[in-house]
Design a protein around this ligand. Structure first.
Ligand code: C2E
Ligand code: CA
Ligand code: CA
Ligand code: CA
Length: 279
């Protein structure tokens, strides 16, 4: 048994070492990728449930390596966060979003909204906030075409500072969506304190809403509280007709999911909205 313990320890130690090495590899590769423009934004349409139209999209980062491999954001975003590289990624997301909005505006496509995911680390950085404000000011778009998606981790931070930064951006029209709601440190009282506009129900609640009464009860509760606080509800992770019917029946404002559209390259999205605006 004693020997077993020692072996287990060695095994664990080796695994940790491998893990650390992998992190460092990814960090080095990611640094290169940012410089070599291996990052690309994908867009996933958001549908308005009362009009059944595309109202905008969420910007999702993709990393295609030179060798043609695709590295998922759940793998590289945490590493980008722990190394500070996330700010470069955030700047890239913001500037790409704004230049697409400008391009559509020039084409005469009716204004859409783009939502960018920001990590708490970027959001707490004043230079980064100024970068967003300057980018909006130097562009022809209206600030209200930009939505920032933040997770519940904002609840763990200094509320006053958080609220001040959010109001600073709101002054330029920027709106806020609270992502993955219900999954982490949800606190209903904080919803009142922070200037949030949209609530995104975490997909884990919606994925069982048809088969599981408890998931349905939680989802319903989140939708009702959101509505009572005047928030627009975005239902994400919609994978089938039944779930789409459910979120429509419960009066969610918007929906997003593989059932309607998967995240796609920005060119494909542009073609899609061109087609729709000429229809
Ligand atoms: P998220 O913000 O919650 O984004 C939604 C994720 O759900 C995306 O995964 C999207 O592709 C996926 N999704 C959309 N519809 C469906 C569906 O019907 N079923 C299922 N199972 N999944 C669906 P993705 O693109 O792999 O991104 C994962 C996470 O990585 C994001 O979760 C977000 O937290 C983070 N992320 C992605 N891009 C960025 C970025 O530019 N900056 C930051 N800070 N984080 C990002
Ligand atoms: Ca998001
Ligand atoms: Ca989410
Ligand atoms: Ca997430």
């Amino acid at each position: 048994a004693k020997n077993n313990g020692k072996n287990a320890y060695r095994f664990y130690h080796r695994k940790l070492e491998a893990h650390a090495r992998e992190q460092m590899d990814i960090e080095r590769e990611l640094r290169k990728a940012i410089n070599n423009q291996e990052l690309e934004i994908y867009l996933q349409p958001k549908i308005g449930l009362d009009c059944n139209q595309i109202l905008g999209a969420e910007v999702l980062m993709r990393w295609f390596t030179a060798s043609g491999e695709s590295i998922p954001p759940d793998l590289f975003i945490p590493i980008a966060e722990s190394t500070g590289l996330i700010k470069k990624i955030g700047e890239f997301a913001i500037s790409s979003a704004i230049s697409l909005l400008e391009q559509w505006q020039q084409e005469g496509i009716p204004p859409l909204k783009l939502a960018v995911n920001l990590s708490i680390i970027e959001f707490q950085d004043e230079h980064f906030i100024d970068y967003i404000i300057e980018s909006i000011s130097n562009s022809s778009i209206s600030g209200d075409q930009l939505i920032i998606e933040l997770t519940e981790s904002i609840f763990m931070e200094n509320k006053e500072k958080m609220s001040k930064t959010m109001h600073k951006l709101k002054h330029y029209g920027v709106a806020f969506a609270l992502d993955d709601f219900g999954k982490g440190y949800s606190s209903f009282s904080y919803l009142q304190l922070l200037p949030i506009d949209y609530l995104k129900i975490d997909k884990s609640f919606l994925q069982n809403v048809i088969t599981d009464e408890q998931s349905a009860a939680i989802a319903k509760c989140i939708i009702d509280i959101g509505h009572n606080l005047d928030l627009a509800i975005i239902a994400e992770g919609i994978e089938d007709q039944e779930t789409l019917d459910y979120v429509s029946k419960t009066h969610c404002e918007m929906a997003q999911g593989f059932f309607m559209y998967r995240p796609m390259p920005s060119d494909s999205f542009t073609k899609l909205i061109r087609k729709n605006s000429h229809a």
